[in-house]
Design a protein. Structure first.
Length: 499
């Protein structure tokens, strides 16, 4: 059986704890790989390697760093298919979706290639007689990233390219459910010329996570995952004196007004709800239909959802793959099975779905629930699967109030032809990312990604300018060089004068 080991100091390091976790092919249900699970001592060893590497990398020139990043970008581009195949084999998403994930990660690598302009400081000359003040940004040291299973390549690339471009060294703890893509990313970085120890991959479970949160050698922690874990990461790491950005869960809404193009809205709802099998934090999981268009919209969504081809991710005909584990599949199915008892109309029931020849895979079909109540489990919880809830509202104001009452505030969208309504919506809605006739408003790499309320813990969003600020700290330098003609000026006990 294949074993995925750690990547530390520019080489593969075999696990020493003796503990391994199973990695399953979601399409077949078979365990294909085992992944080493690090002990606290192994985490400590990785931190020490990263600390040593920082002594040189943190002082390296911007030209040296960007040279590596440009080479890395070229290698990632050349290996898109290989990385996507690893994602499909362990996560289950279809190959085209996996390729899209790699492409979105590449955006952040490209942003990191231009880090020279992002790290320019500020200078004010002659703030007083021959006194200048400069503001600069410097790296933090060793930083860590803890990433989820649903985007095993993209989310790590949201973190470490900017971190190392800013001069930090990085320890990545990817999901133990699909670990191979992370190792491939690290191997390619080494091939691009990234010095040993700058990017390290430590696999593990809660033991490794807790060791990273407590380790005094880690200056900052980035996290993407569920809200309960994000809250724990933020609380624990902050208590240990670390800077933290912890992105949590979501319940993303799409408000459809009576004037909207219903065909476009239905297309968007199906793509946003069921793409990547609903296993993404930006999935639209709740459509709020305003006024009399609800029945027509639900029917259009149903017609489209019934045509989605479900199958193995490596089959070019497949549009949606399996879920990551059988346990997660069963949990998602439980929301559909209990929906009718909580007042919903089950328009499509995807539970019990199988694929011929792959009966042991983690399959589930598309589910569509109408007239969902806001106090039902299917609405309140982040299901993280191909289940779309439709709620009804009589007016725009009622719809906005419903969305703003949610404890989550990751992303949301409005579908309308009314520019005035769209403008009101983007100002009145309580969410960090807003789409206008765009169902999944994930920003491009040079704008930052992040939500509000229980979808984000910490002060910084991820990537973009916020990401660069997160991985650096400011320093202000005040300088005075006496004129050569000046003599000794003596002691002055007064407050420093700027005038």
């Amino acid at each position: 059986m294949k074993t995925v080991n750690h990547w530390i100091g520019g080489k593969t390091v075999e696990g020493a704890s003796g503990n391994y976790g199973p990695v399953t092919d979601p399409a077949t249900g078979e365990v294909t790989t085992q992944v080493a699970l690090a002990s606290a001592d192994e985490v400590d060893a990785a931190v020490r390697v990263a600390q040593e590497a920082y002594q040189t990398w943190g002082q390296s020139s911007l030209a040296a760093r960007t040279k590596v990043l440009f080479a890395y970008r070229a290698l990632l581009d050349a290996n898109r298919d290989t990385i996507a195949e690893l994602i499909t084999a362990e996560h289950g998403k279809v190959h085209s979706d996996a390729l899209g994930e790699v492409a979105r990660g590449l955006e952040i690598v490209e942003l990191a290639c231009g880090i020279t302009t992002q790290l320019k400081g500020e200078l004010s000359t002659s703030v007083s007689s021959r006194v200048d003040v400069a503001a600069i940004r410097q790296p933090l040291g060793v930083v860590a990233g803890i990433t989820p299973f649903n985007f095993p390549a993209m989310v790590p690339m949201w973190m470490f390219p900017l971190a190392v471009a800013c001069g930090n060294t990085f320890i990545l703890k990817p999901s133990e459910k699909d670990p191979s893509a992370a190792n491939k990313l690290a191997e390619l970085a080494s091939e691009a010329g990234l010095p040993d120890g700058v990017l390290n991959v430590v696999h593990g479970d809660k033991v490794a996570v807790d060791a990273l949160l407590a380790h005094p050698g880690i200056a900052a922690v980035s996290f993407v995952g569920s809200t309960p874990i994000a809250r724990h990461i933020h609380t624990t790491a902050s208590a240990n004196g670390k800077r933290v950005q912890a992105l949590g869960g979501a319940k993303n809404h799409m408000l459809v007004l009576p004037d909207a193009d219903l065909d476009a809205a239905a297309d968007a709802a199906v793509s946003a709800a069921y793409g990547s099998a609903g296993e993404r934090c930006m999935a639209i999981s709740a459509v709020v239909a305003v006024g009399a268009i609800g029945d027509a919209l639900v029917e259009k969504i149903r017609e489209r959802a019934e045509k989605i081809k479900i199958g193995p991710g490596n089959d070019p005909a497949s549009e949606m793959g399996p879920l990551i584990t059988a346990a997660h599949r069963d949990k998602v199915a439980s929301y559909v099975k209990g929906a009718a008892d909580q007042g919903a109309d089950v328009v499509l029931d995807g539970t019990g779905y199988t694929v011929d020849g792959f009966e042991k895979g983690h399959w589930i079909g598309l589910s569509l629930l109408d007239n969902v109540k806001t106090d039902s489990d299917a609405y309140r919880d982040e299901i993280f699967g191909p289940v779309l809830c439709v709620l009804r509202a009589e007016t725009y104001e009622e719809g906005v109030a419903l969305i703003n009452a949610s404890p989550f505030g990751n992303g949301t969208a409005i579908f309308t032809r009314d520019g005035g309504a769209a403008r009101r919506f983007q100002l009145e809605i309580e969410a960090g990312m807003v789409g206008v006739n765009v169902p999944i408003p994930v920003p491009v790499g040079y704008h930052s990604f992040g939500g509000w309320k229980d979808s984000l813990f910490g002060d910084h969003h991820i990537y973009g300018n916020d990401g660069i600020h997160f991985y650096t700290r400011g320093k202000v330098v005040t300088t005075r060089w006496p004129d050569p003609s000046e003599g000794h000026v003596g002691v002055d006990l007064g407050f420093p004068r700027n005038h």
